[in-house]
Design a protein around this ligand. Structure first.
Ligand code: SAM
Length: 414
């Protein structure tokens, strides 16, 4: 039976869940919670494509099969952890990692394909994942220190047999022996990831295929040749699992109304050395202090964790304190926040992370989705307040900044 179930996740803090759900309900969407993850939902009514909802437009939801949410949950980083995401684009799992490690953590998301890296960056920006640094390497040659990453996600390139319901070409493209080059690549990536993993650390290997040669055989390779041991994974509620190696999870796609997926947690024996840190890199650009950024943009970024800004070419990036510890040899990019020309800095209006977490008397709170739709269609609203920018919200949910022109305000995301 073809699986037509559509899942998505909310992209927000715990205390924003009610407002995001209310925004979806106001546009007629209906959904049910999924027991595997507090932010996962399954659609039951979709009056228009979910991707065109206001919640999607402002990065408060992300459409994602529920099986694809499991690898970051099984990796289970804690708040403040450093995580390496080996094969990251389009960032479906990076986004969950970003929320699990929180503002004091860091996700280094790697993707070698230029087009896919661009997509990853667009997605991370749209979702406000400012604790994600991105880089572009073949995973086999990532210039990072051995034994230095306590958590690694290796969501490997694979034949995708578990996704044939939505991607029927996968079965033909990677039929039978055609998967051999993928199997070699997966072993190379596993070998490098095992080297980078800190003693005591966890490597989560996942694929969206049901092919034993890309799944169970690769776990055997990691345990027999790379010195890793399997850490048994508990089954997630709301799923059915097919027989696999002990401790590994093979999602039964049909029985779970989801994609087929494979997950294995691998541990490097030894003691975690909390103090392993790379030397601080020279940042490639001109540093802009928080104070200078605030005085040039009029934005107060005081509620973000310790950070600075970096001007590179015509772009300005947010650099969290923890990202500045990445090794000097690594070329990486922080979170793009706007443009710079001469002395001036223009912060993007869409970055809801710069909007004060709670509305005050200087902000605009909208209760009707029809008003938000009017703004999105280019109409302006009357506004008598001072300044050039106006923080606006749906109920308590920050949406972005409107531009004030005369006694009107309007939305511009360019
Ligand atoms: C299964 S997809 C990753 C999906 C992603 N983790 C997500 O959840 O959105 C595999 C990714 O690995 C990338 N890739 C291919 N060769 C690679 C290599 N040698 N090193 C690292 N990544 C590679 C592909 O371009 C692709 O984006």
């Amino acid at each position: 039976m073809k699986n037509t179930t559509r899942s998505f996740r909310l992209v927000c803090a715990q205390d924003q869940i009610n407002d995001v759900e209310s925004l979806l309900h106001a546009e007629g969407f209906r959904f049910e919670p999924q027991p595997c993850f507090a932010l996962a939902r399954t659609l039951t009514a979709e009056p228009m494509p979910l991707g065109r909802s206001i919640a999607a437009r402002f990065g408060y939801i992300y459409i994602q099969d529920k099986s694809s949410m499991l690898p970051p949950l099984a990796l289970a980083p804690e708040s403040g952890d450093r995580v390496l995401d080996f094969c990251a684009s389009p960032g479906s799992k990076t986004g969950i990692l970003s929320s699990l490690v929180g503002p004091t953590g860091l996700v280094l998301a790697n993707e070698p394909s230029p087009d896919r890296l661009a997509t990853l960056r667009v997605n991370m920006r749209h979702l406000g994942c400012y604790n994600v640094a991105t880089c572009k390497y073949e995973g086999q040659s990532l210039p990072l220190q051995d034994d230095s990453w306590p958590r690694i996600l290796l969501d490997a390139p694979c034949s995708g047999w578990g996704t044939v319901d939505k991607n029927p070409k996968a079965a033909q493209m990677w039929a039978g022996e055609k998967t051999a080059p993928l199997e070699i690549l997966q072993r190379e990536l596993l070998t490098r990831a095992a080297g980078l993993l800190a003693p005591g650390g966890r490597l989560l290997y996942s694929t969206c295929t049901t092919n034993e040669r890309e799944n169970e055989d690769q776990v055997r390779f990691a345990t027999e040749h790379l010195g890793l041991v399997t850490e048994p994974l508990a089954e997630f509620p709301g799923f059915r699992f097919a027989p696999s190696l002990p401790g590994c999870l093979l999602v039964d796609g049909e029985g779970s109304l989801a994609q087929g997926f494979f997950l294995a947690a691998l541990k490097k024996p030894g003691q975690a050395e909390k103090s392993v840190r790379a030397t601080k890199a020279e940042l490639p650009g001109e540093l802009v202090s928080r104070h200078e950024f605030s005085s040039r943009t009029g934005l107060d970024t005081g509620w973000l964790p310790e950070h600075c800004f970096l001007r590179v070419g015509g772009r300005v990036y947010l650099i969290l304190e923890q990202a500045a510890e990445l090794p000097a040899e690594l070329r990486w990019q922080g979170f793009a926040v706007g443009k710079s020309a001469g002395d001036s800095i223009l912060a993007d209006a869409t970055l809801r992370m710069f909007v004060p977490p709670r509305p005050d008397e200087k902000s605009l709170v909208l209760e009707q989705v029809s008003t938000i739709r009017e703004l999105l269609s280019g109409q302006s609203l009357s506004w008598a307040g001072p300044g050039k920018r106006l923080a606006f919200y749906f109920k308590g949910l920050p949406l972005g900044f409107l531009t004030i022109k005369g006694n009107r305000c309007l939305w511009s995301d360019r």
